[in-house]
Design a protein around this ligand. Structure first.
Ligand code: SAM
Length: 244
């Protein structure tokens, strides 16, 4: 049926494209894409040819009204190069305007690097704050970190290899030396999760910027080190009580 379909696509392993996503991509009248070369590969993988319309930060204002008009009469799908559209990717204004125009918006959920990283990190997941990419300039980055330093939640950040060590050092400086995980190339051949304190990780990557795509996950303040120290204290107190 007509409307807007937000379709999540794989973040590495093409096997992660859901049957429902493949079905929508095969039947949509047009697909709004970030980069048509990237989506063409995905469509080729499922043996489909569709009309693609580039939709990215630089042309979105121009292209959006046309897409809104078309979704009143046919199915328009939105994908990004990888993962879930709207998550550090364009799309929220398209959804907003689609709703305002009275069109139906469907989501076809699937891979998202932030959520996948949380499942690998081994850090608390009950409360998390997604920060996407922080500013690359040191001062703006430090300000963004200071703003979240008191928040009792696990932090999730996207970063590129060349900037990773500087980000980790800035996080250690602004948050204290919390436990963290650097997850890399999720669902791909070289997938890994490296854990340690922020300063250990900063030192590890200082002279060896990693290749590939990266998500950094940082423990909330006071956890898990402080939690385990508290546990140890409690256990000791209990043991001493039993002895006396
Ligand atoms: N919309 C995407 C999602 O749902 O995760 C994110 C798009 S954002 C422009 C791209 C960033 O996501 C990369 O720079 C990297 O930080 C992260 N990312 C994407 N795929 C990844 C992967 N396979 N492994 C680790 N990080 C990944």
């Amino acid at each position: 049926s007509p409307g807007l379909y937000i379709v999540a696509t794989p973040i590495g392993n093409l096997g992660d494209l859901s049957p429902r996503a493949a079905h929508i991509l095969s039947h949509a009248a047009i697909i709004a894409v970030e980069d048509s070369r990237v989506t063409a590969k995905l469509l080729h993988h499922i043996g489909v040819k569709r009309q693609m319309v580039p939709y990215h930060d630089h042309n979105a204002e121009e292209v959006r009204p046309g897409l809104i008009a078309r979704m009143g009469v046919e199915a328009v799908a939105l994908v990004s190069d990888a993962g879930t559209p709207l998550i550090s990717d364009p799309g929220y204004k398209l959804v907003r305007d689609a709703r305002a125009a009275g069109h139906t918006v469907w989501t076809i959920p699937g891979p998202c690097a932030a959520v996948a990283a949380l499942t690998l990190a081994g850090l608390p997941t009950d409360r998390f704050l997604f920060l996407g990419f922080l500013p690359s300039k040191a001062q703006a980055r430090a300000a963004a970190i200071a703003e979240v330093a008191g928040i009792r939640a696990t932090l999730v950040l996207y970063e590129s290899g060349p900037r990773l060590a500087a980000l980790l050092a800035a996080l250690a400086e602004g948050l204290g030396d919390r436990e963290a995980a650097v997850t890399r190339e999720i669902t791909k051949h070289f997938e890994e999760a490296v854990t340690g304190t922020l300063s250990e990780l900063a030192a590890r990557y200082a002279d060896a910027p990693p290749k590939g795509e990266i998500v950094v996950v940082v423990a909330p303040p006071g956890a898990p080190e402080a939690a385990s120290a508290d546990d140890a204290d409690a256990a000791l107190t209990e043991a001493l009580t039993r002895l006396s």
